[in-house]
Write a protein that binds this ligand. Structure first.
Ligand code: FDA
Length: 308
């Protein structure tokens, strides 16, 4: 784990820093590089712009680690509004949600009820819902909840697997035959070395192995990365196994490698961009800053320009 990343993940959980940054107009403007805006209308406009470029989208209403039932209910309500907008505006878009935002860590029964409400509404409109994966402590509760709704017949719901977790190869082996759609990521949280590979080379090697399993045996997997080497590897595995570009998709984050997103679309690949919006952009923005020194320079440049 590099120090920059660990530092920004630490900051992402710091309440005092959050208050400071959320009030800061320069930080708010800089966050717009990675966050579509604070309102649903801004999220919808960002999706429409992507759709015009031939890029699919997934809308996410920012928020995590909800502790009050009222906030969890509120988040679920916002997700229902997003589903309404996707249908009304005929967006080429699905939904990404976080179960901790629906209260999973505090009240699993409430999160389950709210997830069902969202899946039922999405199912009626034929919209797919992706459950983001969060800290390792939430992996088992997330998989258990997914399993229950899946068994009830909600097959419009997919999961995320993080290649940095030592357990992920076993999880994929258990999931791959079910037909669930999996998004493969490297992983964005601070995890102990007993749980996650500390070395980037091991995370990348696991990403390659999991890509291969998902492409060969999975159901419409999503290769979610900005790493050109991982993308090249996925393309090579697909080509070697006669897997056409219609059988999987690449996913990237709003505001990151827009050049690569468009290049892949031009080459005939499906590309989906994760579009977050909402007032709770602070932890998400901090995690993005920690992913690359260039992102921090980008923020510093904005602060400096403002100061001048
Ligand atoms: P990594 O950070 O290893 O960087 C490798 C290379 O990629 C870099 O050297 C550079 O070339 C390129 N690159 C990476 N970031 C770049 C940037 N900002 N600008 C330009 N180039 C860049 N995580 C999680 O734990 N749970 C989840 O549910 C999700 N969901 C999710 C959805 C989608 C659509 C994506 C793309 C990612 C996630 N993630 C996630 C985040 C993921 O775990 C990871 O933290 C980031 O994608 C960064 O890892 P990369 O694979 O992009 O490359």
């Amino acid at each position: 784990m590099n120090i920059l990343r660990a530092f920004f993940i630490y900051l992402s959980q710091h309440r005092g820093m959050q208050r400071l940054v959320l009030r800061n107009p320069v930080a708010r403007r800089a966050s717009r590089r990675f966050v579509a805006g604070e309102t649903l209308a801004e999220g919808v406009a960002a999706v429409q712009a992507l759709n015009r470029l031939g890029i699919h989208a997934s809308l996410n209403y920012l928020g995590e680690k909800t502790t009050s039932p009222a906030e969890a209910e509120e988040a679920a309500g916002r997700y229902l509004e997003i589903l309404g907008a996707i249908t009304r505006e005929r967006l080429d878009c699905n939904l990404s949600i976080k179960l901790s935002q629906l209260g999973l860590a505090a009240d699993a029964a409430l999160a389950e009820r709210l997830l069902r409400r969202i899946l039922e509404a999405a199912g009626r409109d034929g919209i797919f819902v992706r459950i983001d994966m969060e800290e390792s402590a939430l992996v088992d509760p997330t998989l258990a909840l997914w399993h229950r709704v899946w068994e009830e017949g909600h097959t419009n719901v997919g999961l995320v697997i993080q290649s940095y977790l030592r357990r992920s190869e076993q999880d994929v082996a258990a999931l791959v035959g079910t037909g669930v759609r999996i998004r493969l990521v490297k992983g964005a949280y601070l995890e102990p070395r007993a749980v996650a590979y500390p070395r980037k080379a091991d995370v990348d090697a696991a990403y390659r192995r999991l890509t291969e399993v998902l492409l060969r045996r999975g159901t419409y997997p999503a290769i979610a990365t900005h790493d050109p080497q991982m993308i090249a590897h996925a393309r090579a595995v697909a080509a070697a196994n006669g897997i056409g570009p219609e059988r999987y998709e690449f996913q990237m984050i709003y505001g990151v490698r827009r050049d690569l997103q468009s290049a892949l679309v031009r080459q005939g690949y499906h590309v989906r961009v994760y579009v977050p919006f909402g007032e709770q952009w602070y932890p998400y923005f901090m995690r993005r800053l920690g992913e690359r020194p260039a992102n921090v320079f980008f923020l510093l440049r904005s602060v400096f320009a403002e100061w001048r």
